[in-house]
Design a protein around this ligand. Structure first.
Ligand code: HEC
Ligand code: HEC
Length: 274
């Protein structure tokens, strides 16, 4: 008898020794284990998901001196109007990463000043790259500056991936008709008589954001939108490409800020959700 016949023989006799239903149970158990391994493997083999999970861990629990992000940005990254903290859920990952770099940038290295940043924009130093002029910007904020300096490049990457994938559904707030109408006029038409373009022409239709450069305005807390425009006007935020946003902010009145922020707070909007 050949060796393979031997193996066949012993397998048949083994199967007949244990009853058929036990054999089926065994098959069931084996397929269950295969199913488990298959469903768990992709989580660990996809590096993108590894970054997201590491970002989630840092966002929810902090690490060492780094506080958790959820304490100020909300459990779903929805922001907090009470402390003018922005929504992070669903923002473009490159935008999030850039903001964290800008908060962390040592102003001395870029020869720009954090407070006050030179009011005369012509004096702000520029870096010239291929076909682009990039301003190495800074963002002054007592809460975020110190925190951002503690983050490594990998932390920033992980947090950016985590927050960009979070779902967000806006809960539109009610405002009086006149405020909304004025806000809408600015958002959709701008002030052509003064050469001021509409907000949506850069921030995308419905203020939903456009790529990595133009962040969404829809779904951002009213207090946050107003605070940011104030910071540009005061020279405390100086990190927009080509001063695109600074030139807009400089032309807005206090009334404009309130109206346009209310308009965006009144819009229905969702991202990453079905
Ligand atoms: C103590 C409260 C607090 C904590 C903790 C905090 N933030 Fe912030 N964050 C803020 C506030 C307030 C702002 C708005 C600051 C400004 O005016 O520039 C902000 C702004 C930001 C922005 C800019 C968003 C935009 O739309 O431009 C990013 C990105 C950000 N935070 C990420 C994080 C991450 C990631 C963590 C956790 C590692 C974190 N924050 C922890 C309060 C906080
Ligand atoms: C010419 C293009 C342009 C127009 C028009 C424009 N913006 Fe912006 N805005 C930008 C850019 C670019 C940024 C991002 C700056 C950065 O990289 O930090 C920005 C950022 C902002 C932010 C900060 C968002 C955040 O998450 O931190 C607010 C608030 C804002 N714009 C409000 C407005 C309003 C209100 C209008 C209309 C009155 C408007 N913008 C029109 C280019 C524009």
């Amino acid at each position: 008898m050949r060796l393979s016949d031997n193996i066949k023989c012993s397998l048949v006799s083994w199967i007949t020794k244990i009853s058929i239903w036990k054999f089926f149970l065994l098959l069931l158990a084996v397929s269950f284990v295969i199913f488990l391994v298959q469903s768990v493997l992709p989580v660990f083999s996809d590096s993108h998901d590894l970054h997201r999970l590491a970002g989630e861990e840092l966002a929810l629990n902090g690490r060492g001196k780094i506080p958790s992000c959820v304490s100020c940005h909300g459990l779903q990254g929805q922001g907090d109007a009470k402390i003018a903290s922005p929504r992070l859920a669903g923002l473009h990952p490159s935008y999030i990463k850039k903001q964290l770099e800008d908060y962390a940038r040592d102003p001395l290295k870029t020869r720009a000043f954090v407070e006050p940043i030179a009011r005369d924009y012509v004096k702000t130093p520029r870096t010239y790259g291929d076909l682009t002029v990039f301003t190495p910007g800074t963002r002054y904020d007592p809460k975020m500056n110190g925190l951002a300096k503690l983050l490594s490049a990998e932390d920033r990457h992980n947090l950016a991936i985590y927050y960009s994938k979070l779902a967000f559904v806006a809960s539109p707030k009610a405002y009086d008709f006149e405020t909304l109408e004025r806000g809408e006029d600015l958002a959709l038409r701008g002030k052509p008589e003064y050469g001021l373009p509409s907000c949506d022409s850069c921030h995308g239709p419905g203020g939903q954001g456009f790529g990595a450069i133009f962040p969404p305005l829809a779904g951002q807390p009213v207090t946050y939108i107003i605070a940011q425009i104030n910071k540009w006007q005061a020279g405390k935020r100086d990190n927009d490409h080509l001063a695109l946003m600074r030139n807009i902010a400089d032309q807005l009145t206090d009334g404009d800020k309130v109206n346009v922020a209310a308009y965006y707070d009144n819009l229905s909007y969702s991202v990453n959700s079905e």
